[in-house]
Design a protein around this ligand. Structure first.
Ligand code: HEC
Ligand code: HEC
Length: 259
């Protein structure tokens, strides 16, 4: 018994459990647990028979069949080990995850016990082909296409904020954080808008989903509570510092604000 405990201590248990917690936080902030569920058992994710019926995969049952290397390749490429491409996965943002963060994420994914059942593959409706003609792509093709489009690089002081915005915000706010080209009401805006927020208001938005006018921020509100509230205050401040500097940087890729 004593030997076993010593052995565990020798394996660096403290460090390992710290990594797992960080991995869990990454899975939360990056939306793995929103889209795949807290138990990673997946569910009907897209429920529009005209467009598609798509289930988020039951990761709790699939991942134990794959090596760490295979999981890494899927997250970086948007393709399963059998070569088939994934749909709806924000691979273009996930592939930017650092090696250390990816290791922590996988360490946490490995702690989740198998539950539930496997889900059927995506079923395409008649509008699926139409959407593809209008640019809808699988995750692998999208990641490849967006490869060169990244948030503007500023100096080292803003490195952490840029990195976090890439993995936590780009999925919705776009590869350059500029939002869609022709935004409609309710679309994620260019994140230059962060410059209009005080640090307190910004942290409040990311924690509660309530914007600086005291209103729930549309589709962002729920995701903020589920995902972004797991960012630390230091991380929120780093993200805002980067976004404010980016808004002021020339050639920053930000959409000019209409005055
Ligand atoms: C926007 C929602 C969304 C987010 C965020 C998301 N996923 Fe997915 N993921 C999906 C959907 C939907 C599928 C099923 C794709 C398909 O069937 O083509 C999927 C499939 C997968 C697969 C392939 C499993 C298989 O063989 O079917 C893996 C692995 C995976 N996700 C891991 C993750 C991890 C890890 C994260 C967080 C870093 C994550 N996902 C975040 C929606 C999401
Ligand atoms: C799951 C999608 C999603 C993610 C992830 C996301 N956002 Fe948003 N965000 C939105 C949408 C949609 C809106 C527009 C809401 C509206 O106006 O109806 C928005 C709006 C905003 C606004 C403007 C709020 C206002 O009304 O003044 C800010 C600021 C913002 N997001 C910051 C962020 C930051 C910073 C991150 C990353 C840490 C982030 N968002 C991640 C979807 C998202």
């Amino acid at each position: 018994m004593v030997d076993a405990l010593l052995l565990l201590a020798g394996c660096g248990t403290t460090r390992r459990s710290a990594d797992i917690d960080h991995g869990h936080r990454l899975a939360t902030v990056m939306g793995c647990t929103s889209c795949h569920g807290a138990k990673l058992d997946g569910h009907l994710f897209e429920e529009d028979p005209q467009f598609a019926l798509a289930w988020s995969s039951n990761l709790s049952r699939i991942l134990p069949r794959w090596s760490d290397r295979q999981i890494e390749q899927v997250l970086r490429s948007g393709r399963r080990p059998d070569g088939s491409a994934l749909w709806f996965m924000p691979t273009f943002a996930q592939r930017q995850l650092s090696g250390d963060d990816l290791r922590d994420l996988i360490a946490w994914l490995r702690t989740v016990p198998p539950s539930g059942t496997d889900h059927p593959p995506i079923r395409r409706g008649p509008m699926f082909a139409v959407a593809m003609e209008h640019g809808f792509q699988d995750s692998a093709a999208q990641a490849e296409q967006l490869k060169a489009r990244q948030p503007v690089v500023l100096d080292d002081r803003f490195r952490q904020g840029r990195y976090l915005a890439t993995i936590a915000c780009a999925e919705c706010h776009g590869p350059e954080l500029s939002g869609p080209r022709d935004p409609r009401p309710g679309d994620p805006p260019d994140l230059s808008i962060a410059a209009a927020y005080t640090p307190g208001e910004f942290a409040h938005l990311l924690t509660t989903g309530i914007n600086r006018n005291g209103q729930p921020a549309g589709d962002m509100a729920q995701e903020a509570r589920k995902r972004l509230s797991s960012l630390t205050r230091q991380e929120m401040a780093a993200i805002q510092a980067y976004l404010v500097a980016r808004a002021a940087a020339p050639g920053n890729g930000a959409t000019p604000r209409v005055q």
